[in-house]
Design a protein around this ligand. Structure first.
Ligand code: PEP
Length: 242
């Protein structure tokens, strides 16, 4: 499967910085044999998407509301994201689950909203450190998949152990491979052939130095990159390692 390297810019940067980061990634993307996706903060999506028009690089958002429109002050709908040029949306990131109390059911409703307008949902799952130490990582991920994915799911999964995000720590290669195999098995059991073809990204302190080994593991079909996606050279080095 052709790998996807996705950048989650989180709540970083100015408009000017977003434009120059997007341009640097675009300029370095030629000739790569991977798909690229960048997910800027909401206010910068339109600009970055316009700059990427006609480029082999997708632009996504970091969240959307479950409703298409309505009285939801401060929220952004999936149709609005489509309207400004996004093609993907990250859903259920652990920072949203923690900061905004997003449940699996909420993530599922958002994924349905995204799919309804043709946005590709990138649904994040992953255990906390306490859950891993308690031997519950696999069960947590299975439960998140069962409850966060709609029956009509056609998107991307990102396995992001919460304790690996922004910490410089990663699971062992064996632990990453084991969870990715579990995810694949759960996807195939529920969705059949389309589960086999679903990309499963790894996310959590992926850097140029560890990307090659992680991206070579079975059922690791790309990466969701946070901190390192803010430096074009690092993001591109990860893409080159895929
Ligand atoms: C993320 O937040 O999706 C992420 C993977 O962050 P980082 O790469 O900084 O750990």
């Amino acid at each position: 499967m052709r790998p996807l390297i996705a950048g989650n810019w989180k709540m970083h940067g100015t408009l000017r910085e977003a434009a120059s980061l997007a341009e640097a990634v675009r300029a370095g993307a030629a000739g790569l044999s991977v798909d690229l996706l960048v997910c800027p903060p909401f206010p910068y999506i339109h600009l970055v998407a316009a700059a990427m028009l006609g480029q082999p690089m997708a632009v996504g958002a970091q969240d959307c509301h479950a409703a298409a429109k309505g009285a939801h002050t401060g929220d952004i709908s999936a149709p609005m994201l489509r309207d400004v040029g996004a093609t993907h949306v990250i859903l259920g990131h652990s920072e949203r689950r923690a900061d905004h109390g997003e449940t699996d059911a909420a993530v599922r409703a958002k994924a349905e909203a995204a799919l309804a307008v043709g946005l590709v949902p990138v649904v994040c799952v992953g255990e906390t450190e306490a859950q891993r130490l308690a031997g519950e990582a696999e069960a947590v991920v299975r439960r998140q998949l069962a409850e966060s994915l709609p029956d009509s799911f056609a998107g991307i999964i990102a396995y992001e152990p919460v304790w690996a995000i922004g910490t410089g720590r990663t699971p062992t290669e064996a632990d990453i491979a084991a969870i990715h195999a579990t995810i694949r098995e759960a996807l195939v059991a529920r969705f059949g052939a389309s589960g086999q073809a679903t990309r499963i990204l790894y996310g959590g302190s992926m850097k140029p130095g560890n990307a090659k080994a992680i991206l070579a593991l079975p059922h690791v079909d790309g990466g969701l990159v946070g901190g390192a996606s803010l430096v074009a050279a690092d993001f591109l080095a990860i893409a080159q390692a895929a």
